[in-house]
Design a protein around this ligand. Structure first.
Ligand code: CA
Length: 219
């Protein structure tokens, strides 16, 4: 399980990273919300409320714009108002500091079970070894999580919706970038190049000269 921990306190963060690793979780830790949000969406977020730039509630709100990924808030405050506010803006659970590692692990497992039971199968698209999870905004190849940006995800999801079909460059630009796209399509080539590299199989995204691109994955 891939967990992102957003916590500015180094001591708390390092003990959590170590502790959760013993439970088989891979933890990426960021000390600020804005930095964390520039990285791929994990299986679950642990978000401290008191953060230096944007606070944990704002982080939660921004994650919820594009994803239903599980979020557990961590806070030093115990007021009921915070708890209610956190849940209202889309957090799945709330843990008040100080908390025990075992309690946190139990909460993580409970929330993950709840969310995966609720995730509809139609949110997940599988093409051969490639899995695209729309709800979590994640891409996996043979089960391994691939680090993609939001635009790379959109582009791949667009092509994967119709494998084998050639999409015109301008159609891709209009669907993935801007509905009224008019102009050069160089950014498309850059994103294709990045995706090919990240997928590890450059031939999956095939360029059709003078037309556009198609996703062609051998089954
Ligand atoms: Ca803090």
């Amino acid at each position: 399980m891939d967990v992102v921990l957003i916590e500015d306190d180094d001591a708390i963060a390092s003990s959590l990273v170590t502790g959760l690793a013993t439970a088989g979780m891979v933890v990426r830790r960021y000390a600020s919300g804005t930095v964390a949000l520039q990285h791929p969406i994990p299986d679950l977020y642990l978000v401290d409320v008191g953060l230096p730039d944007i606070d944990g509630f704002e982080v939660c709100r921004r994650i919820r714009v594009s994803s239903t990924v599980p979020i557990i808030m961590l806070t030093a405050r115990s007021e009921e108002i915070d708890r209610v506010f956190g849940l209202e803006i889309g957090a799945d659970d709330y843990v008040t500091k100080p908390f025990g590692l075992r309690e946190l692990i139990a909460r993580i497992r409970a929330v993950s079970r709840r969310v995966s039971a609720a995730t509809e199968e139609s949110d997940v698209l599988t093409v051969g070894p490639l899995t695209i999870d729309h709800a979590r905004h994640t891409v996996r190849v043979n089960g391994d999580l691939i680090d993609v940006t939001a635009k790379e995800f959109d582009l791949l999801a667009y092509l994967a919706a119709q494998p084998g079909i050639v999409h015109r460059r301008n159609d891709i630009m209009e669907s993935v970038w801007d509905a009224n796209w008019y102009g050069p399509t160089k950014t498309l080539d850059a994103h294709v190049a990045a995706l090919r590299k990240k997928l590890g199989n450059p031939s999956w995204i095939e360029a059709v000269r003078g037309v556009g691109f198609r996703l062609e994955i051998p089954s």
